[in-house]
Design a protein around this ligand. Structure first.
Ligand code: CU
Ligand code: CU
Length: 355
């Protein structure tokens, strides 16, 4: 009886020694965080210029460009009410950032400052739903939401700044009540923040994918091709569409191009507003996944990455050979509602075989 505790103690000490030997402390954070920013400014000076400003910092999905070297970026995403095409011949009366659903991608570097401006132009087009108050909430920022994410009325402009403290793939969205309603109208987009010095691996291709659900019904039962958002089905979590980049078959009709042997990086953002995404690419394995896009959150050899509503990820994989590689939400109800696309690595020669 007396030997047993001794053996246990020895075993415990052994484990302790092993764990001491293999455990390395994370490097201390050397990056200088910037918390908060000056108070936002709201004005009613009329503005009729471009809906989107920011040069290479702001791109339409699925494109992403190199971040310019400047440390401060002026970005504008104006609010509009617009009828957008979500499928061939099918229109949705939506609300937008930057006149598109999803809104454009904002791409900066860790430590950069964004001077953001947004004019509520929801009253500009009287043909589409009446003007509404709106706001913006950047998940990539650390600021007082009561100030920076305040709601502005039609005709008003808000300007505020934020600094990108953390690298990653973040979302922005309208935060005006009823938030679910504003989300299902299309008010969201992605922010990509490169780590200082960039992500560890060199890649050949980079694309942005934003997944979202739509909850719609025909505006007029006699015309199934003009849709409006349906809060009732959104509360029941019963989507009519689950989309990559805002359109049925957007990445089927315009697949992401790659070549055999290339390393591809996808910046994936699941905006929800309610559903998860089991993000998967058929025919390859994710060599590296950075949860929420932070290089400290590294996972290796992943078949699927699970993204909650408002989770993002950087996903990297090698294209193993010539072929077409389906991108799906592996929750197949979602895939059958539209969350499907392709990485096309056939060099335009078409698939080698079909099932
Ligand atoms: Cu809104
Ligand atoms: Cu949010």
């Amino acid at each position: 009886m007396t030997a047993k505790p001794a053996i246990l103690t020895t075993a415990f000490l052994g484990l302790a020694l092993v764990s001491t030997a293999t455990y390395t402390l994370a490097k201390p954070e050397t990056f200088k965080m910037v918390y908060g920013s000056p108070e936002s400014k709201v004005s009613s000076v009329p503005y009729k210029g471009a809906y989107v400003e920011g040069g290479d910092v702001v791109t339409a999905l699925p494109e992403i460009k190199k971040v310019p070297n400047a440390k401060t970026h002026n970005v504008r995403l104006d609010l509009t009410h617009k009828t957008v095409e979500i499928d061939d011949g099918v229109q949705l009366e939506g609300w937008t950032f930057g006149d598109s659903i999803p809104g454009p991608t904002v791409h900066v570097r860790q430590g950069d400052k964004v001077i953001f401006t947004m004019t509520n132009r929801s009253g500009d087009d009287a043909k589409v739903t009446f003007p509404m108050p709106h706001s913006i909430d950047f998940h990539s920022a650390m600021v007082n939401p009561l100030d920076k994410y305040r709601t502005i009325g039609a005709g008003q402009t808000i300007t505020f700044e934020w600094t990108a403290n953390y690298p990653g793939v973040f979302m922005y969205h309208c935060g005006t009540p009823m938030l679910l309603h504003h989300m299902i109208m299309g008010m969201y987009g992605a922010v990509v923040v490169d780590p200082v010095g960039g992500y560890p691996d060199k890649v050949d291709r980079e694309y942005v994918i934003v997944q979202s659900e739509l909850y719609t019904k025909p505006k007029d039962p006699k015309n199934p091709n003009l849709l409006v958002s349906d809060v009732e089905s959104a509360i029941k979590k019963s989507p009519s569409h689950v989309l990559f980049n805002g359109r049925v078959n957007s990445l089927v009709n315009n697949p992401l191009k790659a070549k055999p042997g290339e390393r591809v990086r996808l910046y994936v953002m699941n905006v929800g507003p309610t559903d998860t995404s089991s993000f998967h690419v058929v025919g390859t394995i994710f060599d590296k996944v950075y949860l929420d896009g932070n290089p400290n959150n590294l996972l290796r050899g992943m078949q699927t990455v699970l993204l909650g509503s408002s989770n993002g990820a950087v996903v990297e994989f090698v294209v193993p050979e010539s072929g077409k590689f389906a991108i799906v939400d592996h929750e197949f109800a979602d895939a059958s509602l539209g969350a499907v696309g392709f990485v096309d690595a056939t060099d335009g020669k078409g698939p080698k075989a079909s099932h």
